[in-house]
Ligand binder design. Structure first.
Ligand SMILES: Nc1ncnc2c1ncn2[C@@H]1O[C@H](COP(=O)(O)OP(=O)(O)OP(=O)(O)O)[C@@H](O)[C@H]1O
Ligand SMILES: [Mg+2]
Length: 354
């Protein structure tokens, strides 16, 4: 169960005159993850909070499944919309199980149904009820607390989940792990998600589409991650995405048969292989770690472990180029502006000689 979200020419001017969001229109299809990314103060949190009416739009409309949220009772609305924030906001004097069961209890679920659902969502985030249910928030690591926050937000299977910098308080080493776990959970649950972050890596890893905002909540680009990286629509997107775009694309692109040379070109003794479908980051690291005797060529195996070819740095560049060419930016999202960055990854990834 997931909902469609539509923002239609939404504007928010705060009472002191600050225009946080101006004329923002976008849609999130059911079950999709939209990552809202942009510099500090550009209006991301304001946009998110207009979806669950923690902030009222000054003008424009916010629709959840075609229903105007300003005509919906805010309390009822918030029970249908999960909300995860940076410091989670768990109740310190209540156990993990009680925290996760808060909304089901408010909704009047009986004990048995609440307990079953709490067990289910705690399993989903990898914190089994038997081990973690009776702990208090201070008896958890930061990442575990964050996962309890996600479990709590998912407890009533909300059709919409809003996440505002959900990994902000997690140390960088664990962040990547937690992002991967949450990405998997979101795929399993299939709920519609709007995720706010100022971290481009997080946006491109978690978002099905990425909305890049600039100051005043202006939509600079709304596209799938690879399109944003390979074809930044405006100078502001290019500046924000930064010089790391090709490297970031490695993590979003996978080892594909199209980029392989024949298996007979593997030099003996054969180095440890990479697998079809692994990220190009993994393949790149494998190639970088090869001994000189391997001549820059790593064997590639299929899911069953059978040798299907070999890959070099040229193959990786070819894979990046294919991904960039396949990612067609949506011209409407950028207001039919030209795409000054279109040639950029092309320039950064020279075509292999072969
Ligand atoms: N209650 C308020 N009253 C007046 N101005 C506000 C209020 N809340 C936010 N703003 C202003 O609105 C603008 C957008 O704020 P918002 O919190 O949406 O930004 P953000 O993109 O989430 O930033 P960050 O990445 O730092 O969290 C900022 O200029 C901020 O100062
Ligand atoms: Mg914010």
């Amino acid at each position: 169960m997931s909902a469609r979200i539509e923002l239609d020419a939404v504007r928010k001017a705060y009472p002191d005159g600050t225009v946080a969001v101006e004329g923002l229109s976008l849609t999130v299809e059911p079950g999709q993850v939209l990552a809202l990314v942009g510099p500090s103060g550009c209006g991301k949190s304001t946009t998110l909070r207009m979806i669950n009416r923690l902030v009222e739009p000054t003008s424009g409309r916010v629709l959840v499944d075609d229903e105007d949220v300003t005509r919906t009772d805010p309390v009822a609305l918030r029970r249908r919309i999960g909300y995860v924030i940076q410091d989670v906001g768990l109740l310190p004097h209540r156990t993990v199980a009680a925290n996760v069961g808060t909304v089901p209890r408010l909704l009047g679920w009986d004990r048995r149904r609440t307990r079953d659902r709490v067990a289910e969502v705690l399993d989903l985030v990898g914190l089994p009820l038997g081990t973690y249910g009776s702990r208090y928030p201070h008896q958890l690591s930061g990442g575990e607390r964050q996962r309890v926050g996600v479990a709590r937000a998912l407890a009533t299977d909300p059709p919409v989940l809003l996440m505002d910098e959900p990994f902000g308080a997690v140390d960088p080493e664990r962040r990547r792990d937690l992002q991967q776990q949450v990405a998997r959970i979101l795929r399993d649950v299939g709920t519609t998600v709007v995720l706010v972050t100022h971290d481009v890596d997080e946006a491109v890893r978690l978002g099905d589409r990425v909305a890049v905002l600039s100051r005043g909540g202006r939509l600079e680009q709304l596209d799938p991650p690879v399109a944003v990286l390979a074809h930044p629509a405006t100078a502001k997107v290019r500046e924000f995405v930064g010089d790391g775009a090709p490297v970031r694309m490695l993590a979003l692109t996978h080892v594909d048969r199209a980029d392989l040379d024949g298996p007979e070109r593997v030099v003996e003794p054969a180095p440890a292989p990479v697998r079809l479908g692994e990220t190009l980051t993994t393949a790149f690291e494998a190639i970088a770690a090869l001994p000189p005797s391997a001549q820059g060529r790593v064997p590639v195996v299929d899911a069953g472990g059978a040798l299907v070819g070999s890959l070099t740095a040229d193959g990786i560049l070819a894979g990046l180029r294919r991904a960039a060419d396949a990612a067609v930016p949506d011209a409407r999202a950028a207001g039919d502006r030209p795409h000054p960055g279109a040639a950029r990854v092309a320039a950064a990834t020279p075509r292999p000689a072969s």
